[in-house]
Design a protein around this ligand. Structure first.
Ligand SMILES: Nc1ncnc2c1ncn2[C@@H]1O[C@H](COP(=O)(O)OP(=O)(O)OP(=O)(O)O)[C@@H](O)[C@H]1O
Ligand SMILES: [Mg+2]
Length: 328
């Protein structure tokens, strides 16, 4: 059974626009100008129960808008949508029990209360049976190792600790689908890793369907077998995650800090991304990166060096330029 199904799903926003300054403000009192923005365009999506799907795309691509439509926060402008058999924006109570949503930028917790208090509140809100509540709570608290901070005010928790509590509160009622909109944003590498481990476990042991948006490609690569790339509201890729990255994430970003202010002149085929005194960032094909590193080390006095995966924006551009972009 498809747990999520959308056909031609579209969302357009009307945005009020006015010229800058006092003159513009006065003018807009008499004549309001609106611009229409299509945030999600004719989006077809089918998700099977138990899948762990990554949703990626650059800023403004339409990811959050899609998640908001799937969770009923906003109504689509047109198209069909069915989530666990419901039309989300009807916001029926029976639907609300089927899913949970965690947004990195928003909180479901009450900052003046402790996490334990919020959990109790959610138990009542979702009518979670006593036994199920305690079983879930014990399981998640153990999995995250947060027993010692359950009773402190949420306001005093670190970002990483708070995000763990956000995930626990979202999962207490055993939702069938978990929507995560950038849950690891701003977290350090250790907290990111812990959250990944937790999500993997929840997906595998509880069979929860998870839709994850993230700008950290490591989240997507390590968790999602299938991923969807969206750009300008349009689906560019829907298929195997490994295939996507092998095919389109072809370069590495190398940043070096130099002891002396000198220009890098090497016989390699790379693109300079940024060059300031004592520092250069460049993009090079993965298979040539080892050679380049060797030459850099032998030709220059280096203070520091970092090697990163290239940005999602480059991957998107490559898919976009590839005529055979949409693959199954
Ligand atoms: N309430 C709104 N009114 C008007 N336009 C909006 C509204 N919300 C979003 N948009 C526009 O719709 C587009 C898609 O926004 P959305 O928030 O879905 O992108 P996103 O992929 O989540 O981006 P990010 O990675 O920055 O979170 C953007 O151009 C944004 O400016
Ligand atoms: Mg967003």
């Amino acid at each position: 059974m498809n747990i999520i199904e959308t056909v031609n799903l579209t969302k357009t926003y009307q945005r009020f626009s006015k010229e800058a300054g006092l003159r513009g403000s006065v003018k807009s009192l008499f004549k309001r100008e609106f611009v229409t923005k299509t945030a999600v365009a004719a989006f077809d999506l089918t998700v099977q129960e138990g899948e762990f799907i990554g949703l990626i795309g650059p800023n403004g691509a339409g990811k959050t808008t899609l998640v908001k439509m799937l969770t009923g926060i906003i109504a689509p402008s047109s198209g069909d949508i069915s989530v666990v058999g419901f039309y989300p924006n009807k916001l029926e109570n029976a639907f609300k029990k089927q899913y949970a949503v965690v947004m990195g930028q928003k909180s479901q917790l009450f900052f003046e209360l402790s996490a334990a208090d919020t959990f109790l509140l959610f138990k009542e809100l979702y009518h979670i049976p006593e036994e199920e509540y305690h079983m879930n709570l014990d399981y998640f608290v153990e999995l995250f190792g947060v027993a010692d901070i359950l009773n402190v005010q949420v306001r005093t928790l670190s970002l990483g600790e708070r995000m763990k509590m956000e995930l626990i509160v979202a999962l207490l009622h055993n939702p069938k689908i978990l929507f995560l909109d950038e849950p690891t944003i701003g977290l350090d590498a250790i907290a990111q890793k812990q959250i990944r481990k937790f999500l993997k476990e929840v997906n595998e042991t509880k069979g929860t369907t998870i839709i994850l948006t993230s700008h950290y490609m490591e989240d997507i690569k390590s968790l999602c077998k299938r991923c969807i790339v969206i750009n300008g509201g349009v689906k560019l890729y829907d298929g195997d995650t490994d295939t996507l990255f092998q095919k389109y994430q072809t370069h590495k970003k190398i940043t070096i800090s130099l002891e002396h202010d000198e220009t890098c002149q090497l016989n390699h085929d790379f693109t300079i991304l940024e060059q300031v005194p004592y520092k250069v960032s460049l993009l090079i094909k993965k298979e040539q990166s080892q050679e380049l590193l060797k030459d850099l080390l032998s030709s220059y006095e280096l203070k520091d060096i970092s090697i990163e995966e290239e940005d999602i924006a480059n991957v998107v551009e490559r898919i976009y330029n590839d005529k055979s972009g949409v693959t199954a």
